[in-house]
Structures are given as C-alpha cells and as structure tokens.
Ligand binder design. Sequence first.
Ligand code: G3P
Ligand code: CA
Length: 225
Amino acid sequence: MKIFGHRGAAGLVAENTLASIAEALIHPIDGIEIDVHCCKSGELVVIHDETLARTTNGIGDIADCTLEQLKQFTTKEGFLIPTLAEVLQFVNGRCTLNIELKGKKTALPTLDLIEQYIQQRDWEFHDFILSSFDHSQLFDIQKKTTKFKLGVLTEENSKAVLSTAHNLEAYSIHPPVASLTKDDVMQIHDHGFKLYVWTVNKESSIRRLKKWNVDAIITDFPNFA
Ligand code: G3P
Ligand code: CA
C-alpha cells in the first residue's frame, strides 16, 4: 500500500508549503498530494482554500490577488505560499505528485506547466496523478491528452463515481476513509481502478485498509504511516 503525504505533511508542518513537502520527503513515502488554484495574474498557486483567511495572515480570495500580492502574505507559521512551478522545481521527480485541481479552470494551465517540466526537468508523465472533485476539469484534460493518470475524487460512496471513472478512463478513485467498505474496495478493483483513500490518520484505519488491499492512503502523518 502506497503512502502519500496529504498537502505535504499537513499534520507535521504548515499544509501546502515547501516546508511541508520537504518534511514529507524525509519519510519513506511514495507520493505527495497538493491543492492548486489560479491567482489573478494567471499563475497556479498551491493552497487548499479559495480564500486566504484560514491558513495565512491575509484576507480575501486567491482569484482576486496577483502572485505579487500573494507573495506578500505568509502562512500563520511564516512560510510563503508556493507556486506550482516552485513545487515542481523543488520535488523534481523525487516522488509521485498528486495534484488536486481545487480551483476553477486549473486543469489546462496545470497541464501546460507540467508538460514543460516533463520536457525540461526530471519529471515523467507517470509521476503525476491529476485529481479533482470537479469532474468536468478531468474531462477537460482527457480531451487534450490521455497521457496522465486521472483520479476521480468523491465525497460520497466510491461506487457512485464508477461510470464517471469509466468515461474518463481514469486511473484511480479517491474516496474518503469514513464511508469505504471492503465490498467497495473489491468492486472498484473488479472495475480496474486503483483506490487512493483520504485522509487516513488513525492506526486502526491504516491497518484495515492495508488488509483490504487498498492501493494508497493519503495521510497528514507520513512519518507515522
Ligand atoms: O485529495 C484528497 C483530499 O485532499 C481531498 O480533500 O479537502 O483535503 O482537499 P481535501
Ligand atoms: Ca486536497
């Protein structure tokens, strides 16, 4: 079972920062999950919420700030909000990167950027999993290229997205840990999809999912997992 650090290593260091990603990379992980939004000047930035208030010393919407403005703020722990380009440069193919397309219209700019890094740096197509709750963005990617692994995120029962996953020719389904059953795991696998389960922090859940042959867990505590 693969281990992915959630938002870097969100349980250990401020989520979605280079410091959190650096922390995740210290541990024997397979991948890192991060969230992306587009800011007003067009760059992709790595942050979970569409607003600044919860995680930074700023207020307002990401979409209303230029990158220059966003770089004036820090997380409450004093870290800068990284761009996706900075994350790609920093990780440079050292692990799989699960990029969650959290913000609106992030699919195509993300595709453009990661294709540049595949051409110029130590990244390969198979190093990426592009996931989203907004399945229309995954269809936007599928229309452009079938080279990337697509992950169908769901807040509900994983079986409810099976037909979407088939239509997308997705790689994986990403359900929340709370609602997943052993029967779901078997059915999803029978349909040929991997299961990436979030956010798995408890020892009992980790052991249970491992017994069920889940493919990957996404955890705030990659050290513990
Ligand atoms: O990608 C898995 C998980 O991160 C989805 O939920 O809210 O933590 O982005 P959230
Ligand atoms: Ca996420």
